[in-house]
Write a protein that binds this ligand. Structure first.
Ligand code: BG6
Ligand code: MG
Length: 219
């Protein structure tokens, strides 16, 4: 039985996944790194800022020191945070508010489990913050997805056993993390074909999640 739903942030609740991609693209252009694509960006989903940087640097001939890597990650974050300046409720993905209303009306707890250290700011700007009983993010963790830590912390904050949690994710790393934590996983968006997920859907606005057997079967 599902007693809590733990939502990933970027690409599940809000459209910021696209802004991450554009910020990495800009950094790549500034550094003269060629051939960084949307496919590379799919592997950046769910993982930490430094792990995302490593994906970009696979496309670079230059060897960067640890110090230079930290500086690159900071530059990307500055580009990204600047792009969040006008972020508001319109960045919330279709179906999110309805989905959360629906599960709350069923007495199900809600949490966010995201690798992003920008999570609190994004939740505030988009008007989502008040909808969650707990938030666990890159500011709370030592290990990034596919390690389950971020989801375990979310479940612990809620006081719900791991086996009663459903994680909603758009990344392969996040699906692996949920399963490693003994939780159920619903894959959406970029991860919708992940074979390890328990359930999959195009998005939270997908009518079969909200209204039909598939959805009621989960909850
Ligand atoms: C995840 C994104 O949610 O957060 C990753 O999917 C990103 O692509 C990671 O690298 C870390 O985000 P931030 O905002 O701390 O750089
Ligand atoms: Mg995501």
């Amino acid at each position: 039985m599902i007693k809590a739903v733990i939502f990933d942030l970027d690409g599940v609740l809000v459209t910021t996944d696209e802004l991450h991609y554009r910020a990495w693209k800009q950094l790549a252009a500034e550094e003269g790194i060629k051939g960084f694509t949307k496919e590379d960006n799919i592997r950046q989903r769910g993982v930490s800022r430094m792990a995302s940087l490593e994906v970009l640097l696979e496309k670079s001939d230059k060897k960067y020191s640890d110090e230079e890597k930290l500086a690159l990650a900071d530059r990307k974050n500055n580009i990204y945070v600047r792009s969040l300046a006008g972020l508001d409720r319109s960045a919330v993905l279709d179906g999110v508010f309805e989905f959360i209303d629906h599960i709350k009306s069923m007495g199900i707890k809600t949490a966010v489990g995201s690798a992003s250290k920008n999570t609190p700011m994004i939740l505030e700007k988009t008007g989502l913050a008040a909808l969650f009983d707990a938030v666990s993010c890159g500011l709370d963790t030592q290990n990034s997805k596919p390690d389950p830590e971020v989801f375990l912390i979310a479940a612990d904050k809620l006081g719900i056993p791991y086996k009663n949690c459903l994680v909603i994710e758009d990344s392969d790393a996040g699906i692996q993390a949920a399963k490693a934590g003994g939780m159920l996983a619903l894959a959406v968006g970029a991860a919708k074909n992940n074979p390890h997920a328990d359930y999959s859907a195009e998005s939270l606005a997908d009518s079969c999640i909200l209204r039909e057997r598939h959805y009621t079967g989960i909850l």
